[in-house]
Write a protein that binds this ligand. Structure first.
Ligand code: NAI
Length: 254
């Protein structure tokens, strides 16, 4: 039987892949058959993740760099193509948040969030597009957020970066479609990771998330990762420019 979701023989690069959603995506892509190049800033943490994959019989390697360093992204894409001959899937996932009221929001902090959450996505997509154009195909997956469609107070840079990431996805899709490259965004809702630990630790906030979400619970990172596998697979071959909400219905709940 044809397996439209298998990624056998594919090579993927995932930014911010050492923990949380990025790690879970990395593991899911590897479980579907891909070799996954995992990015993060901590080489030791990445090596441990690569060993975890190997222990499961899955293929991966590490690429340690800060996504704020353009040269790091350029080099990682070049080295991946040198080693494997191709790059099929690029996942722009690394992200940060900065929570502070607008009137106290320093320009440098706004810029820092944009650098990681949006500029690095643009740079990764541009660099990944070069080999993908030569290959006449590829998948670019952007991890945006429902907090690019709706907003909460105190996270102006995050909301702007995520709205920008979804818009960037459309720009990539219309420009790269003729090369057989699809570009889609995943927009997770409240997901249990380190990024939201501060919210999870607050009983009031946790209750609010659960009561406000139609599915009445937080997302598990695996529920985001499975969508990345789908978008990377042949099963999603005619989907491009789309932002797929994985939010338990949060964003459409009036
Ligand atoms: P996390 O904080 O657990 O993981 C973020 C990852 O990005 C970490 O591996 C971190 O080391 C890496 N990273 C951060 N700055 C980096 C840099 N300069 N260079 C390289 N790597 C860097 O957060 P989580 O939740 O796994 O977030 C992953 C993505 O999902 C982010 O883009 C986030 O905005 C997005 N997201 C998360 C949601 C949630 O509720 N957790 C909801 C919607 C979107």
């Amino acid at each position: 039987m044809e397996m439209p979701f298998a990624l056998t023989g594919k090579v993927a690069l995932v930014t911010g892949g050492s923990r949380g959603i990025g790690w879970t995506i990395s593991r899911a892509l590897a479980a579907a058959g891909a070799h996954v190049v995992i990015n993060g800033r901590d080489a030791k943490a990445l090596d441990a993740r690569v060993a975890e994959l190997a222990a499961e019989g899955l293929a991966g390697s590490a690429a340690a760099f800060d996504v704020g360093d353009e040269a790091g992204i350029v080099r990682a894409v070049e080295q991946t193509v040198e080693r494997h001959g191709h790059l099929d899937i690029a996942v722009a996932n690394a992200g940060i948040n900065h929570r502070v009221p607008l009137t106290e929001f320093a320009t440098a902090d706004f810029q820092r969030v944009l650098d990681v959450n949006l500029n690095s996505y643009f740079i990764l997509a541009r660099e990944a597009a070069r080999p993908m154009i030569r290959q006449r195909g590829g998948r670019i997956i952007v991890v945006a957020s429902m907090m690019g469609q709706i907003a909460r107070p105190g996270i102006a840079a995050y909301v702007a970066s995520k709205g920008g990431a979804a818009a960037l996805t459309k720009a990539l899709a219309v420009e790269l479609g003729e090369h057989g490259i699809t570009c889609n965004a995943i927009c997770p809702g409240f997901t249990r990771t380190d990024m939201t630990q501060i919210m999870q630790d607050n009983a009031e906030v946790t209750t609010w998330v659960e009561s406000r979400t139609p599915l009445r619970r937080w997302a598990d990172p695996r529920e985001v990762a499975s969508v990345a596998v789908f978008l990377a697979s042949e099963g999603a071959s005619y989907i491009t420019g789309h932002s797929l909400n994985v939010d338990g219905g949060f964003a459409i709940n009036a």
